[in-house]
Design a protein around this ligand. Structure first.
Ligand code: NAI
Ligand code: MG
Length: 358
């Protein structure tokens, strides 16, 4: 297959980890006889320095013309310490999501067995947990009407969803469930909220199109509890923007380290794939960043944007194999890790590549 990928490495360790992600793409192309072509584009601080704009038009144009985007991170200490800065790197990420209509944020929470001890949750509860979240990204209370009433002492935000907004993300979640364990949990608060009743109605309308998928509805408060009590009961979870925001942060604790978590933001056209972490100024340039979140973002790209399930599995298996062999970057190492097993960014990348070219 031919695919065109725009690589937007961005700031800080975004550059370091995305370089490894790109090498993984090259290895997959070679192994499975695909033709991947690349373009690069600027974003964030890097783009501000070069053009004055955190999201130059050229970046949007190139991204729109791509089959997928491999993204690194945005951010620079200069702005973190200056809240008044009008032009900021983060505007680059929000800008590209908006320009590309990326309304579904997917965050797989998969714990590799080797990292069981990295979590604060009991191993027997965590072992085998593998959840794929679909968080709606462009609606809900974050975009509804808001304001203050005349006296200024009363404030309101409006939780609002339209049928088409619910439909499009729910369909994506069902499609994903069909490629996994065929279980879908829709999370809402339909016992109280009208927008949640619409949400539930839409899920119930779409469900008959997917007779093989077992559907359940949970209220968000119960879902929050079940996520920690029994994470293994979940396969695909679909929910709105606010509930998804909270639940995915909670769920990230199931997977252990920041350096392991990948995400995908998708809409109707191209998808954007990125580690959930930021530009990590504290370790930038030291060559110690964990590249596995970027590598796992590549696996998501192969699976979701390109439908290359086997290739995606090969990448995930390579990560698993490297961890099984005892190799760790510093962030996932513990007292039992031998010093010769603690690798830098590029050496960890080499271990992955070896397994993909074997
Ligand atoms: P961060 O995610 O960059 O780092 C948090 C902590 O995790 C740091 O101690 C860092 O060293 C560590 N860490 C993160 N990724 C790692 C990796 N791959 N390997 C090893 N350790 C890793 O978040 P922080 O420090 O709050 O923000 C730094 C900058 O990144 C800020 O300018 C922030 O605005 C930006 N940011 C950007 C995001 C994005 O591009 N999506 C997301 C979050 C923050
Ligand atoms: Mg990122």
């Amino acid at each position: 297959m031919k695919k065109h990928i725009v690589v937007i490495a961005g700031d800080g360790i975004g550059q370091e980890v995305t370089a490894v992600g790109k090498q993984v793409l090259d290895a997959i192309a070679k192994k499975y006889d695909h033709e991947f072509t690349y373009d690069t584009a600027l974003i964030g601080h890097e783009a501000i320095e070069a053009t004055g704009n955190p999201i130059p038009d050229e970046t949007i144009t190139k991204s729109k013309a791509s089959d997928a985007i491999l993204f690194g991170a945005v951010g620079h200490p200069k702005y973190d310490n200056d809240p008044s800065a009008k032009v900021r790197p983060e505007q680059g990420l929000l800008g590209i999501r908006k320009a590309l209509g990326l309304y579904a944020n997917l965050r797989p929470i998969k714990l590799f067995d080797e990292l069981l001890s990295a979590s604060s949750i009991k191993p027997e509860i965590l072992k085998g947990a593998d959840i794929l979240f679909f968080r709606e990204l462009t609606g809900d209370v974050y975009f509804g009407e808001r304001g203050r009433k005349d006296d200024g002492d009363t404030a309101f935000d409006t939780m609002i969803y339209s049928r088409y907004e619910v439909e499009r993300i729910v369909i994506k979640a069902f499609d994903a469930a069909m490629t996994r364990r065929r279980k879908l949990c829709s999370v809402d608060k339909a016992n109280v909220l009208e927008s949640s009743r619409l949400w539930r109605e839409v899920v119930q309308e779409i469900a008959p199109r997917y007779p093989e998928v077992e559907v359940e509805h949970q209220f968000v408060d119960a879902a929050a509890m079940l996520l920690i009590k029994d994470p293994k009961r979940f396969d695909v979870v679909v929910t709105g923007n606010l509930f998804g925001d909270i639940l995915t942060d909670e769920a990230s604790q199931i997977a252990g380290s920041m350096g392991m978590l990948a995400s995908a933001s998708v809409g109707d056209t191209t998808g954007l794939y990125e580690p959930i972490h930021g530009s990590a100024h504290d370790i930038t340039g030291k060559g110690v960043a964990n590249p596995l979140a970027s590598v796992l973002s590549v696996a998501l790209m192969l699976d979701i944007s390109f439908g290359m399930k086997e290739e995606a599995n090969a990448v995930v298996d390579a990560v698993d194999s490297v961890l099984k062999a005892g190799f760790r970057t510093r962030d996932i190492a513990d007292a039992t890790t031998a010093s010769d097993k603690i690798l830098g960014t590029q050496a960890m990348g080499e271990q992955i590549l070896q397994r993909l070219t074997a």
